[in-house]
Design a binder for this molecule. Structure first.
Ligand SMILES: [Fe+2]
Length: 329
C-alpha cells in the first residue's frame, strides 16, 4: 500500500513492528487490513506512528484486528461516550506531596505511581481479550513508559529445566489486583494500596479464581510462556511449599531472561499488543506528574482459561452485582 511503511521494531527484538502512514484515506482498504492482521499475528506488537490522535481513529485502528469488547461495567470512565463500545479512560491526576502514600510503590529507591509489574490483562477472568490498543493522551514528562515482552521469546530463553517443570502446570489468579498483596515475583521494595480498595477486596473474596496454563502452544506452533506474579496466588494442584518454590523460580527466571521493549510515548502513537502472547508492564512515574492513557479492548479468547470449579462468567455476574473488573495499563 502506497504511503504505508512497515519496519521491524529493532534488531534486538524478535517481535514487534513499526507502521506509519495509516490514515482515514486507507484505513478501510481490505488489502491493507489483511496485511496488518497477518503482521500482527506474526509480530505480536505493532507501534503505529504518526496517527491522528483521536478516540475515533483509535477505535477504527482497533477494529482492523477484531470486534471491540465493551467493558462489563458502565461505571468505568469512557473517553467518549458517543463511541460504543468505547475507550477506557485511565487518568491519574498529579498527587500533591501531602505525605500520603496511597497507590505508590517504592521501586529502585524511588517512590512511583502507576507502576504495574509484568502481566497479561484479564488474568483474573476465565476469558482473555485478544488485544488492546493503547494511546497516551497525557504523558509523564519523565518515565511512565509501557513495557512489552514476548512470551515466545521468553519461552525460548527460559532455563530448559524450569520450562520442563512448568510445561503442564497452570497458575491461579484472583481479582485481588493490588500490587501490595502480590505474593510472587515481587520485583519492587514496598507498595501501598490506593484509596477505596474495600469494594475490590470484598469482591475478590467471593469471585472465583481463574486458571490459565503457564505455557501454551499457538495454533501456529510456537510455545508461549504466559504467566505473571501480578494477581497470582499459586499453581493449581500445587498450593504447597514446593509449588510456591517452582512458581517463584519460574518468575525469577522470566525476569532474568525478559527482553523488554519500553515504549516512550509520542502523542501520535497507538500501540497494539497480542494479550495471548505478550506480557506488558508500566515502569511508573513520579507522583507529581499527571498521566492519562486511553485503551480499547479487542474480543477474542484463546480458550484455555477457566474458573475454578467450572463456574461460568454468567453465574459470576449474577453472584457479584455489579461486577467490577479492574483495568490497568
Ligand atoms: Fe494491563
Amino acid at each position: 500500500m502506497a504511503g504505508v511503511e512497515i519496519s521491524d521494531l529493532g534488531e534486538q527484538y524478535s517481535f514487534g513492528s513499526r507502521v506509519s502512514g495509516v490514515t482515514w484515506d486507507n484505513i478501510h482498504d481490505e488489502g491493507l487490513r489483511g496485511d496488518l492482521q497477518r503482521l500482527f499475528i506474526d509480530r505480536g506488537l505493532i507501534v503505529f506512528q504518526d496517527m491522528e490522535p483521536s478516540p475515533r481513529m483509535q477505535v477504527e485502528v482497533s477494529k482492523i484486528f477484531g470486534p471491540l469488547k465493551d467493558h462489563p461495567t458502565k461505571s468505568t470512565p469512557r473517553a467518549d461516550p458517543s463511541l460504543d463500545p468505547g475507550i477506557i479512560d485511565m487518568h491519574r491526576l498529579p498527587q500533591e506531596d501531602t505525605g500520603r502514600i496511597h497507590g505508590q510503590t517504592e521501586l529502585n529507591g524511588k517512590m512511583v505511581v502507576s507502576f504495574i509489574p509484568w502481566h497479561f490483562d484479564h488474568s483474573y477472568n476465565d476469558e482473555l481479550n485478544y488485544a488492546g490498543v493503547l494511546r497516551s493522551v497525557i504523558k509523564a514528562p519523565v518515565d511512565g513508559r509501557t513495557g512489552f515482552a514476548d512470551g515466545i521469546e521468553i519461552y525460548k530463553a527460559l532455563d530448559p529445566a524450569i520450562a520442563e517443570k512448568i510445561a503442564d502446570l497452570s497458575a491461579i489468579y484472583t481479582l485481588d489486583t493490588r500490587i501490595s498483596s502480590m505474593r510472587f515475583g515481587r520485583n519492587f521494595t514496598t507498595s501501598w494500596d490506593s484509596e477505596n480498595q474495600a469494594g475490590l477486596i470484598a469482591e475478590a473474596a467471593i469471585f472465583p479464581r481463574a486458571i490459565h496454563p503457564m505455557i501454551w502452544q499457538r495454533p501456529t506452533g510456537e510455545k508461549v510462556a504466559h504467566f505473571c506474579g501480578f494477581s497470582a496466588v499459586g499453581i493449581e494442584g500445587h498450593e504447597d511449599a514446593e509449588g510456591e518454590a517452582i512458581f517463584e523460580e519460574a518468575l525469577q527466571d522470566m525476569y532474568r531472561k525478559v527482553n523488554p521493549y519500553w515504549h516512550d510515548w509520542q502523542p501520535t502513537d497507538m500501540v497494539i499488543w497480542d494479550n495471548h502472547r505478550m506480557l506488558h508492564a508500566v515502569e511508573g512515574c513520579d507522583p507529581k506528574y499527571e498521566r492519562q492513557m486511553h485503551r480499547t479492548t479487542i474480543k477474542g479468547d484463546y480458550g484455555l482459561g477457566r474458573f475454578e470449579g467450572g463456574k461460568k462468567i454468567g453465574e459470576v455476574n449474577r453472584a457479584v452485582p455489579p461486577l467490577r473488573l479492574p483495568e490497568v495499563a
